[in-house]
Every structure is written in C-alpha cells, then in structure tokens.
Design a protein around this ligand. Structure first.
Ligand code: ADP
Ligand code: F6P
Length: 578
C-alpha cells in the first residue's frame, strides 16, 4: 500500500509540540499525520560532529518518525543562514533584512543533498512524498537526480514574494527551477499562487495553462492554493479539557474587572509585534477611559535565537513593553503582560477563551493558525472578537474578523475599541461565520485535498539527470551534468564523500570562455597524496565572475575539455551524455 512520506525541516509530535517546537507547520502536520499511515522525516534539531546519515526512527501515534542529526556548520549555513536569513525575510517582503552569503547557499544545497541521500533509502517505489516549506525547495531535484520517480508534492507554508522582490535573490531562477522537479506545488492562498505565476510568466516566459498546470524550464507542474487549517474537532475537545478550564479560570480571575486582549506568536519581525505594541500604546493614549479596564497579554516564544535579526527584535520588544508599562501602569495594573515562553495547547485554549479580543496583526504571514485557534476556542454564546491583519493569508478566508492594516496604529487602535464595545449579537454573528469556515476548511480538508491533487497529477517523465564524470588529468575530475549546477554539486558531494568542506563553492565561467555549451563543470584538485584538496563547480553565465581553483584560473580549467572516458559509475540511473 502506498504510504505518505512527509518531509520537513522540523519534526515535532504532539507530546512535545506544546513546548519548544511551536509553529504552524508542526501543529498542522502532527494533526494531519495522525490520521494517516505515514512516515515523517526531518532534522532532529540536534547536531553531530560529523554527518553520518544515521536515521533515528521511532513510532508514535501510528506515525513513523525518522530524523537525522546535522553538523553545526549545516545548521548555521542552512537553517540560520539560507533558510532564516535569506529566504524567510525575502519571502516575507523584508529585503532590508535579507543577508545573502554564498556559504549559506552552499550549506542549503548540501543539507538538501544530505536529506535526499538519507531519504532515498527509506522511500518505497509506490510512496507519495510530501515536502514542506522553504527549507527544502531543492529536495525533489536532489531525489530525481538519484533516480526517484515517485510522485512528489511541495507545500509552501509562507508567502510567495512578488516577482520584483524575488529577483533580488542571487540565482533566483535556479531556486525556482528546482520547484519544477515536483509534481504538485501548493500555496496557502490564491494571492501567493498568483505571485508565483507572475514570476513564471514575467521572469521565465513560462506558461500558465487554464487547467491548473504551469510550464517553464521545459517541464510542467500542477499548482494550487490549499489553505491550511487547524484540527477543529480536536481543538473543540481541548477547550473542554480540565487544563483549559483551569487556565480559563485563572485568566478570568486575574481580569475580573478588566477585558483581556491577547496575542500568541513566535517572536518574529513578520508577526508585527512592535507595531502591535505601538497600536496598543496609541489605544491607551487616545482612549484614557479604557485605562485600568483592559490588560493586553502577549505570549511570545523566543524563536531562531541564533539569528541576529531575531535577537534585535527581542531587545526592541523588551524596551517597548517596558516603556508602555512605565507610562500607563499603576500600583495594581500592568497594562501589558509580555511573556516569553511556550505553553501547552490546552493551557492556551483556556486563555484564548477568556480573551475578549484576539489580536493577530502580522505584517506578512503565509496563513496564521493562531487566528483560527482563537476563534475555535470561543464560547459560542459570548464569543470574543478577532482583530486580523489584512496581510495574513488567513484574512482571505476570515472575512468576518475585524480586518486591519497592521502598519497603521490608528487603524488597529480603532479596531481594539470597536471589538471591546461590540454588541453581543454582532459578535455572535461574526463568530458563527468564522467558525463555519474553520470547521469546513480544517486540517483534514487541507491534507486530503493536497493528497488527492497529488494523486491526480498527470504522470510526468522524470528524466534522471545523472552527471557524466570524466577524468581530465591526474589531478582533477570534471563532472558535467544535464541537470545544471545542482546536479553537478550533488555529484561533487557524492564524489567528495565526507570531505565536502574542501568544496570551495560555485563560480561562473566567463561568457568568453571557450566552451561549446553553457552547462556547468565541476573539478576537484587532489593533493600529492591523492586526497581531494579543492573542488569547485563552474557555470558559465553572461558576464560571470572568474575564480581560482587551487590557484588555477577557471578559464584554464574550462578550456580543458574532459576526455570522454564515460561515467565512473557514481551517478546511478540513466547516464546523461553531452
Ligand atoms: P508560525 O508558523 O509562523 O509560527 P502560526 O500562527 O501559523 O505561525 O502557527 C503558530 C502555532 O504555534 C500555533 O499553533 C500556536 O498555537 C503555536 N504557538 C505559538 N506561540 C506559542 C507559545 N508561546 N506557546 C505554545 N504554542 C505557541
Ligand atoms: O510555519 C512556518 C515555519 O517557518 C515552519 O516552517 C516552522 O516550523 C515554523 O514556522 C517555526 O519556525 P522554526 O521551525 O524555525 O522554529
């Protein structure tokens, strides 16, 4: 029987999902996989001195969890670096915070190759593979290069940026080309899908077909919007749990004479916390009659704390929270309670229910599950009001919320006031509309519609682009791959077996170099003892730069055409010929 193999960077089953590993992706996948006979593969969150590919396997709740450890350098370059210092800010429209470094790109490619290398041995021919999020965009391409012909789908949990923004990323085309190795690409909303399609037409001169398929790079993939939801039934049970009742009572007791306004987020600049604090400040300033009658509780767990921008935002939030409390606080009133920790889901559910306002004002968000959890936790007879940013993917579905512009403190302050004074019939009417959507478009609908679309994808030929390896002298190996740079790099890593640190990066062969084609080559120098010393992948692009390879210019290397001794058997699959 065909299994669903889910792959994501972070893996966290419910037993620990209430603690360290928060985030919409794990919450949704844990819920989705429990209903499925599946395997969940990803990073353990731990490091190892040397990557071995050893897989830690355990069974929990009918799901097989398989994880690998990564090297500290991998975590730095791939997770902190390319994923969270390059792609995350860029995809959240913060090019001012995007810091591209070449080593990040190399680490990203290396870890994706490591994921593929390990995953390959776990996958059966009839499994469906579902890859999640921006950490793993090149994974299908890596798997295809290893000969996998399974159906592979990709779901992006975060926004897709506008074309003009994406083109600020060095080698953006390569990143997008990697997506065309999938069979199905899923986005949270039609907006993000439109932005992707915009890139395909404007930048790639690709084609959007009327039937949900798009073509570029000589390939055609299916695309769609699959808005993620919460496990509404499970949440309804959690809200009734003794732990939720206890946290509800606690929150209600400490706010007997006050209305509770609540936010729950990872500390992330995309969540608009600084702007939210400023809006609350504005509200207190312009509506003194509400002072001492409201408390704003912001639960904000530290996130990605090794990344500088996350350290900066945390410091700034501490400052703003302190200033608000100093400006308005009294002996028995703390206007803003700002708590940096994770809570169990049952605890959160109780506090959500006690809050009169759910404040969800990200500057940009793929979807935002907190908005849905807040609504699902409400008392149907006396529900609270959701104030929701128009820039959260959730705003597309949750139109009965008070939709605000998170950049405007006046707008958010007005919505807080409107929510606090909204008559009960209007609150109930809005809540009913929101709750119907949450129940209809829950996590099972999301999972089932994605899996059904993946199953229904038109079968495609997946040419195995195995590299050709030919020796070009005693001290170097030249690899040429019809799969482009990533094919070359993947093979380089395989050849280099464990010595990847000698990989000195990708350079471009200048346009004038005397090569008959524009495909990349890879070369490795060996030292006197025959050990690989320097490696580089070369790729000709117009006006590209030239870099040294073990002291030799790439132009010289490019001129050294490989002697066609054929494949050395390291590739697997159909060996490409050039
Ligand atoms: P993101 O995936 O960007 O973090 P989402 O709003 O989509 O944003 O998902 C966040 C998830 O993490 C929600 O399920 C929320 O309940 C959970 N979460 C966020 N902060 C905390 C916290 N401090 N304690 C427990 N769970 C949290
Ligand atoms: O939901 C978006 C996302 O980036 C997920 O991929 C991720 O698991 C979650 O946010 C939390 O981030 P992190 O895994 O970096 O803690």
């Amino acid at each position: 029987m065909s299994r669903l193999v889910v792959v994501s960077n972070r893996v966290a089953m419910p037993e620990n999902a209430g603690s360290a590993s928060v985030g919409g992706l794990t919450m949704a996948l844990a819920a989705a996989l429990q209903q499925y006979r599946g395997v969940w593969f990803g990073w353990s969150g731990d490091t190892t001195p040397t990557f071995t590919g050893e897989t830690h396997v355990r069974e929990t709740g009918g799901v097989t969890i398989a994880t690998i450890d990564l090297e500290a350098q991998d975590v730095q370059e791939y997770y902190n670096g390319y994923a969270n210092t390059v792609l995350w800010p860029l995809f959240h429209y913060r090019i001012d915070l995007t810091e591209y470094e070449r080593a990040f790109g190399e680490g990203y490619a290396r870890v994706n190759s490591r994921f593929a290398e390990t995953l390959q041995s776990l996958v059966r021919p009839d499994d469906m593979i579902w890859v999640h999020d921006y950490h793993l965009i090149p994974l299908a391409q890596e798997l295809r290069q290893r000969g996998l012909k399974n159906r592979i789908g990709f779901f992006l949990h975060i926004p897709w940026p506008a074309c003009q923004l994406l083109t600020t990323l060095p080698r953006h085309q390569e990143l997008v080309e990697a997506l065309f190795a999938y069979d199905l690409l899923g986005f949270q909303t039609q907006d993000w899908l439109n932005a992707f399609n915009g890139y395909v037409t404007d930048e790639l001169d690709g084609k959007i077909h009327g039937d949900g398929y798009v073509s570029a790079f000589g390939r055609t993939v299916r695309v769609g919007a699959f808005p993620i939801g919460i496990d509404a039934d499970n949440f309804a049970q959690i809200v009734q749990s003794p732990a939720a009742a206890k946290s509800y009572d606690q929150a209600a007791a400490t706010n007997v004479y006050r209305d509770l306004i609540m936010g729950v987020d990872r500390i992330d600049y995309s969540k608009g916390l600084e702007e939210r604090f400023a809006a609350y400040d504005q509200f207190l300033q312009t509506h003194p009659e509400f002072r001492e009658r409201v408390t704003y509780l912001q639960i904000a767990q530290t996130s990605r704390s090794e990344v500088e921008t996350y350290q900066d935002i945390r410091t700034r939030l501490d400052g703003v929270a302190g200033r608000i409390n100093a400006a308005y606080g009294t002996l028995d009133w703390t206007p803003l309670r700002y708590v940096n920790r994770a809570y169990g889901r049952d605890f959160l559910a109780g506090v959500y229910r006690a809050a009169k306002i759910g404040l969800v004002t990200p500057l940009r968000d793929g979807m935002n599950l907190v908005a849905k959890e807040y609504v699902a936790a409400q008392n149907p007879r006396n529900p609270g009001v959701l104030v929701l940013s128009r820039f959260a993917g959730a705003a597309r579905q949750m139109k009965a919320a008070l939709i605000v512009n998170p950049y405007s403190r006046e707008d958010v302050a007005d919505a807080i006031k409107r929510g606090l004074t909204m008559p009960q019939p209007e609150r109930r009417q809005r809540w009913e509309a929101l709750m119907t959507g949450i129940e209809t478009d829950d996590v099972s609908t999301w999972r089932d519609s994605f899996v059904a679309a993946l199953k229904a994808c038109r079968p495609q030929a997946h040419p195995v682009s195995a590299p050709t390896i030919a020796t070009a002298g005693a001290n170097e190996t030249v690899i040429r791959s019809p799969a482009g740079r990533r094919g070359v790099e993947a093979q380089a890593r395989r050849c280099d077996a464990g010595h990847h640190r000698n990989f000195v990066g990708v350079a471009n062969i200048p346009a004038g170099a005397d090569r008959a084609d524009d495909r990349p080559i890879f070369a490795a120098d060996k030292d006197a003892a025959g050990r690989r010393r320097h490696v580089a992948a070369a790729h000709r692009e117009q006006g590209g730069v030239e870099e040294g390879l073990g002291g030799r210019p790439l132009g010289e290397l490019a001129a050294a055409e490989p002697h066609a001794e054929g494949a050395l058997g390291l590739g697997g699959g159909d060996v490409g010929s050039e």
